[in-house]
Design a protein around this ligand. Structure first.
Ligand code: UD1
Length: 340
């Protein structure tokens, strides 16, 4: 069967697109991609991907624009909608899978207008605006936070499951700032680094490209040995070494920690759309699988208090809450819906 996978803008959406195209290929299906010239879509898929064809249309976000800019953005979406209709027809697409983000709009509306089943993957607890708008027209709306979702769980790479283990005592802490790094988390790490070292707790720290040099220098000044990264491709092995994470609550990171069994103190990015990182983290807290604190709430003391916790209950609960092969299940489910 031929799929079209659409959406993107940031890594959070594009990684799901990547998981889906790989799952589709493993099941013997073909997939094309429709994304945008803006955002990171081209960086991900232009030169190298499992997609048979990739299209990057000229679109920008509509929601946050005003006045003339909004009209121009809508005009671009309209042009891209007609281009997407033609692409879907040319490739005889049987199903469109949206991973959200503004670049999903043209191909999603094109699917609806052609009567092609539309499937949506929502990464966050708070629905994106486009996803909410399209939900009533979708054949499926997949969300890891919704008990009624046709597929349970979040597409996470197998390596995170393979290296999973139940955590008990805290011997290693990992600080994670999301794909961009987070200054607030870097500052927190530096404020507790000496104390951690004196208690024999090892530090792994992903600081982000922008703040890397400053953080490196500060660790040197403190005389603290930390395993420091700007951006790393070794996330599965680094997470597996850690017993506790101090992390932003971007959806992919959150579910990777879950799959690997690493309990976390989440510190949500305060400016995320509709505060969605806070709500992602609250989902974990409500299920008694971790902690969440706002950036400004005496974080150092709270972190130090956590160091004596026995993590085994939370760690086991996280592992029980994650499902393997979610991307594969999404593809199998879409195939069934289309062929029923
Ligand atoms: C600021 C913002 O709005 N971010 C959003 C963006 O997340 P963003 O893409 O920033 O963050 P996520 O946590 O979802 O994903 C980050 C991914 O990058 C990987 N990684 C990170 C650092 C590193 O050094 N190496 C590495 O491989 C992580 O393992 C993870 O797989 O999309 C997500 C999904 O819609 C949202 O939940 C986030 O809130």
């Amino acid at each position: 069967m031929k799929f079209c996978i659409t959406g993107g803008g940031t890594g959070g959406h594009l990684m799901i697109a990547e998981a889906l195209v790989e799952a589709a290929a493993n099941e013997g299906h073909e997939a094309i991609f429709i994304g945008s010239k803006s955002g990171q879509d081209r960086k991900y898929f232009e030169d190298h991907s499992t997609f048979s064809h990739v299209y990057f249309l000229e679109t920008t976000g509509v929601v946050n624009q005003k006045g003339l800019k909004k009209i121009k953005a809508l005009w671009l979406v309209l042009k891209a909608f007609f281009a997407s209709r033609a692409i879907l027809k040319q490739h005889k697409i049987a199903a469109v899978y949206s991973v959200g983000g503004f670049s999903a709009a043209p191909a999603s509306f094109a699917a609806i207008s052609r009567g092609i089943p539309l499937f949506i993957h929502e990464q966050n607890v708070v629905e994106g605006r486009l996803n909410s708008l399209l939900k009533p027209f979708a054949a499926r709306f997949i969300s890891a936070y919704d008990e009624n979702s046709a597929i349970k769980g979040y597409p996470v790479k197998e390596e995170f499951f393979e290296r999973a283990r139940v955590r008990e005592k805290i011997k290693t802490v990992i600080f994670l700032g999301g794909s961009q790094g987070a200054k607030a988390i870097n500052d927190l790490a530096l404020s507790v680094a000496s104390e951690l070292q004196s208690r024999g707790v090892k530090i792994i720290h992903q600081a982000g490209e922008r703040d890397y040099d400053r953080v490196k220098q500060k660790y040197e000044e403190l005389g603290v040995e930390a395993e420091l990264y700007a951006f790393t491709k070794e996330m599965p092995s680094l997470m597996s070494k850690a017993d506790l994470a101090i992390s932003r609550s971007g959806a992919s990171t959150l579910w990777e920690l879950c799959a690997n069994g690493v309990p976390a103190l989440f510190i949500p990015f305060p400016h995320a759309a509709s505060d969605h990182q806070y709500h992602n983290a609250r989902f974990i807290v409500q299920n008694e699988m971790g902690w969440c604190e706002r950036e400004d709430e005496g974080l150092r003391e709270k972190l130090l208090l956590l160091l004596d916790e026995d993590l085994s209950k939370k760690s086991s609960a996280l592992m029980e809450h994650s499902s393997r092969d979610v991307a594969k299940m999404m593809i199998l489910d879409a195939y069934r819906v289309v062929n029923d």
